[in-house]
Ligand binder design. Structure first.
Ligand code: CAA
Length: 383
């Protein structure tokens, strides 16, 4: 990591960045390339990463965490994603999964979730359904009151960490008459709860080292104490969580951008064509200028949204801009890296084709770039 990109990084985070770099060079760089060719299973790597506490960077000091700022954890996530975006997504997914609890949960729930995370756990955020993707309010999952309990039914899909999560936050309709905006409620459900099972495992184009699956709720009985926030406030909690998660999603994409630049730069320094290294070719240098400009812009948008979040200022539009710009930048930089490497770039012998496959999802998940533009458009123009 270039510390100049993160001038406000704490000394603790700088030390941790070096540890992460050492760990990733040894355990992630080559192993994830091999795993990507197979089923993407990096269970052992994730175990070592959680032993280092990399899944718990956002846990506050008063709950036993490292006490880093959001700025620090965002920077460290770029470092992890640089080595493999699927690895970065997996270890950072507690930000998304625990978001509703952090924002709206009570003290007991926060303590429970932070304890799970500090014990090496990773969570799953269960919002999306087959017919409710971009239109998150169209979800059909229900939670019916039965005495003091709730019975949850529904199938959530495309859930990051679905197969490996220790806890889930699931959004289900408690009052259909109010629509999702005011009828959705969030519930905290732990792994092993009867009726909770894992459905289809997705076989993905990219970020193959991140596990994605359906999560099925079949008459899952939970006590009222599992409600996160207030009844009927689930949709807002989901939206507030996604605002936060779009920053981390964006910075993960920035990690791909930086890796694409570095891989392509290393290549042009040794590749000789027309009697000179490609690095001397101005046409090629201009490509790097554009990659650099888009990467820096995306990184700064992520950091701006992060600082607004840390200052408790509104940041929905800024987070949408950050995620959208970063997803587009990752696609641009990885495609240019493949172009610069030419025929070699298209082959699996070099890592840039993987970067291009990994980049695509960042224009799609956690709200497509069309949804991010909708959020920004409403912010600028009004509804
Ligand atoms: N913060 C707080 N409240 C918000 C909010 C925000 N960012 N955005 C909306 N709300 C509130 C509104 O104020 C409104 O409240 P009132 O009714 O009291 O006025 C209510 O929520 C409904 O808002 P909208 O009318 O704007 O809702 P909408 O139906 O038009 O949808 C949307 C808005 C932005 C399109 C939203 O549906 C959206 O973000 N869609 C994308 C969903 C998404 O990102 N899904 C990926 C989830 S990740 C996952 O599940 C799998 C995984 O692991 C990766």
């Amino acid at each position: 990591m270039n510390f100049n990109d993160y001038p406000r990084l704490s000394e603790d985070a700088k030390d941790l960045a070096k540890d992460i770099q050492d760990f990733c060079e040894k355990e992630v760089r080559q192993q994830t390339i091999e795993a990507d060719k197979k089923d993407g299973d990096i269970t052992e790597i994730i175990k070592k990463a959680t032993d280092m506490g990399l899944n718990a960077l956002d846990v506050p000091a008063e709950y036993g965490g490292p006490g880093l700022t959001k700025y620090d954890s965002v920077a460290l996530l770029e470092q992890m994603a640089y080595y493999d975006a699927g690895f970065g997504i997996t270890v950072s997914a507690n930000g998304l999964a625990s978001g509703p609890v952090v924002i709206g949960g009570n003290e007991e729930q926060k303590k429970r979730v932070y304890d799970i995370i500090l014990g090496g756990g990773i969570g799953g955020f269960c919002l999306t359904e087959r017919e409710a993707g971009c239109d998150a309010s169209a979800g059909q999952a229900t939670a019916e009151k039965d005495g003091d309990d709730y019975i949850i039914n529904g199938t959530k899909c495309f859930i990051t960490n679905g197969p490996i999560a220790s806890y889930y936050v699931v959004f289900a309709m408690t009052d259909k008459s109010k629509g999702a905006g005011h009828g959705y409620t969030a519930f905290l459900v732990e792994k092993g709860t009867p009726g909770l099972s894992i459905g289809k495992h997705e076989d993905k184009m990219g970020i193959r080292c991140s596990q994605t699956s359906e999560v099925i709720f079949d008459n899952v009985r939970v006590p009222s104490s599992a409600i996160v926030g207030e009844i009927g406030h689930g949709f807002k909690l989901a939206m507030q969580t996604l605002d936060m998660a779009r920053i981390t999603c964006g910075i993960t994409a920035v990690g791909i951008c930086q890796r694409a630049i570095d891989e392509a730069r290393d290549y042009i320094q040794q590749r000789v064509q027309f009697g000179a290294p490609l690095s001397k070719n101005e046409t090629i240098q201009f490509k790097f200028a554009d990659m650099y400009m888009r990467t820096q812009a995306a990184r700064q948008l992520c950091l701006h949204a992060t600082e607004l979040y840390m200052d408790h200022k509104p940041f929905s539009a800024e987070a949408a801009a950050a995620k959208c710009a970063a997803g587009d930048a990752a696609m641009y930089c990885s495609t240019e890296a493949v172009q610069i490497l030419g025929g070699y770039g298209y082959m699996r012998d070099y890592p840039v084709e993987k970067l291009m496959r990994d980049a695509k999802i960042f224009q799609i998940f956690e709200g497509t770039n069309e949804i991010q533009r909708l959020v920004m458009g409403r912010h600028v123009v009004g509804r």
